[in-house]
Design a protein. Structure first.
Length: 210
């Protein structure tokens, strides 16, 4: 459908006002809300994610595309709720305690939302208790921990341990990422997944929720 292709194309260019108007036009034309979401907004954000992985676009382009997606979603959300469309999964994300860096975390959040996931952003300086309690109370399938400082990576191990102690470890996947983190560290602490970049993290999270 042409209008859905237009939504995707304008989103990729970061043209938020156009996306917002086209989403409204599609609703007015009676296009199903889940089609507008999947074939318009998420399709466009998926292309941006793939290009980001291949270094064909960079952080600024991702940010403006995500802003356009969020403006389209603001129009679409009430209609999605009315038609009973649910997020594909729920994630809580944060930068670990002692660490105040959030650019990487914010990118991952946007990419995950671009995959149709509901993301609870816990912000920065997040304790192991906050990660685990949020996952428990909100019914999250995934906990995502980010760190940029080697001195704060140990908090990720605490998250895994606490998830085991509170009895939710078999219900949640724990993902880790950030500049000093690698796959060996992920395995060492018993986490489920290390992602080298935001687009890969979003792909892995979506796969976990299928």
């Amino acid at each position: 459908m042409e209008i859905l292709s237009e939504i995707s194309a304008f989103l990729q260019k970061g043209r938020a006002k156009n996306v917002k108007q086209l989403v409204q036009d599609a609703i007015d034309q009676g296009v199903a809300p889940d089609r507008i979401l999947n074939e318009g907004l998420l399709a466009g954000m998926g292309i941006i994610g793939d290009k980001f992985k291949k270094n064909e676009v960079f952080v600024p382009e991702v940010l403006v595309a995500a802003r356009a997606m969020n403006m389209g979603l603001a129009v679409l959300k009430p209609h999605l709720m009315n038609s009973g469309v649910k997020a594909v999964g729920k994630v809580c994300i944060g930068t670990v305690q002692g660490d105040l860096h959030d650019i990487g975390k914010n990118l991952v959040k946007m990419m995950m939302e671009g995959k149709g996931l509901e993301v609870i952003d816990l912000g920065v300086d997040v304790s192991a208790e906050t990660f685990v309690n949020t996952a428990k109370e909100q019914g999250c399938q995934i906990i995502c921990c980010s760190a940029l400082l080697t001195t704060t990576m140990d908090v990720m191990a605490q998250v895994v341990k606490l998830a085991e102690e509170t009895g939710i470890r078999d219900q949640v996947k724990i993902m880790v990422g950030g500049a000093p983190v690698n796959d060996d560290f992920c395995k060492l602490i018993g986490a489920d997944c290390y992602a080298p970049d935001a687009a890969s993290a979003a792909d892995a999270a979506a796969a976990f929720c299928q």
